[in-house]
Design a protein around this ligand. Structure first.
Ligand code: FE2
Ligand code: FE2
Length: 287
């Protein structure tokens, strides 16, 4: 069995809560997951100080388990996103791009689409946080700068990561923005949801890990992408939606099944299992 601890939206800065972060770290120490997957929004205001705290925390987690991280919309610098859009001649394009992700790359990683294989699973991380760019524009003004999109060239990276992985490894994609509408927010995180999910499914993905909505959820999106399950992790921080508790999702994958257990924070004791869903794996069904 392979265990993936899926956490999201830590929001180092004012929303971060030390007791919850410490409790989460202790949980990692207790269960020693095969991998810790962090689906973005490490910071609140993308400052160097917030990133430095996130770095220290991730380094502590990494002493226990391997870790894979993608950026969220809070982890990029807005000015870079705007400059890139205004630069019609393309002269500043590279510089603006570098500026946009400069704090993330300085403190966390210069790989915005990392992948990681552990026995039993491969996770292909994909950057969906591009700021205010053409691909992220929708007809809703309040989506501006908040919503993300999946770029075609990044889907190629997923394809590459999957084709290099062991045949029996569960294929997992990790993005920041939620592709399934949030129950409270009523919002899709992605501008090109259908296209992205179909692409992931056609590449053999069985599971998508995401965050951004700050409300935990587990979905099967059978009608749009056969066999695909979506794990939306809630936030560890206090940026909570509708008075919900902080949470994370624990994913167990074995030969036949994929089980996701949502753990929620109970003041002042720690995180406890609250809900569990199991799915027959795509490969098991096809066999
Ligand atoms: Fe967030
Ligand atoms: Fe976000």
């Amino acid at each position: 069995m392979t265990t993936v601890l899926h956490i999201s939206d830590l929001h180092f800065g004012r929303p971060a809560v030390t007791e919850r972060l410490e409790s989460l770290k202790m949980f990692v120490g207790e269960i020693r997951p095969d991998v810790v997957a962090v689906s973005g929004d490490l910071t609140q205001r993308c400052t160097n100080a917030e990133f430095a705290r996130a770095r220290v925390y991730l380094d502590e987690i990494k002493t226990i388990s391997p870790c894979i991280v993608v950026p969220g919309n809070h982890d990029i610098r807005w000015l870079g996103a705007v400059a890139r859009n205004l630069d019609f001649a393309g002269l500043l394009r590279r510089k603006a791009h570098d500026f946009k992700y400069s704090r993330y790359t300085r403190h966390i990683s210069d790989d915005l689409t990392p992948s990681l294989e552990v026995p039993g699973a491969v996770i292909a991380g994909l950057n969906t946080a591009h700021g205010i760019t053409r691909g992220s524009l929708t007809t809703r003004l309040k989506d501006l700068g908040v919503i993300g999109h999946v770029r075609r060239r990044d889907i190629e990276r997923v394809k590459e990561a999957f084709s290099n992985a062991a045949p029996d490894a569960a294929r997992i994609v990790m993005i920041h923005h939620n592709p399934v509408r949030g129950a409270s927010s009523g919002r899709h995180g992605l501008a090109n949801t259908g296209k992205a999910l179909r692409a992931f499914s056609s590449l053999g993905a069985e599971l998508v890990l995401c965050g951004h909505d700050h409300q935990e959820a587990v979905h099967s999106v059978e009608e749009r992408a056969p066999g695909l399950v979506v794990s939306t992790a809630g936030t560890i921080s206090n940026r909570l939606r509708d008075g919900r508790a902080s949470s994370f999702n624990l994913v167990d994958v074995d030969e036949h099944n994929l089980r996701i257990t949502t753990h929620v924070w109970r003041d002042p004791d720690g995180f406890f299992p609250a809900a569990e869903r199991s799915f027959r794996r795509k490969v098991a069904t096809e066999a």
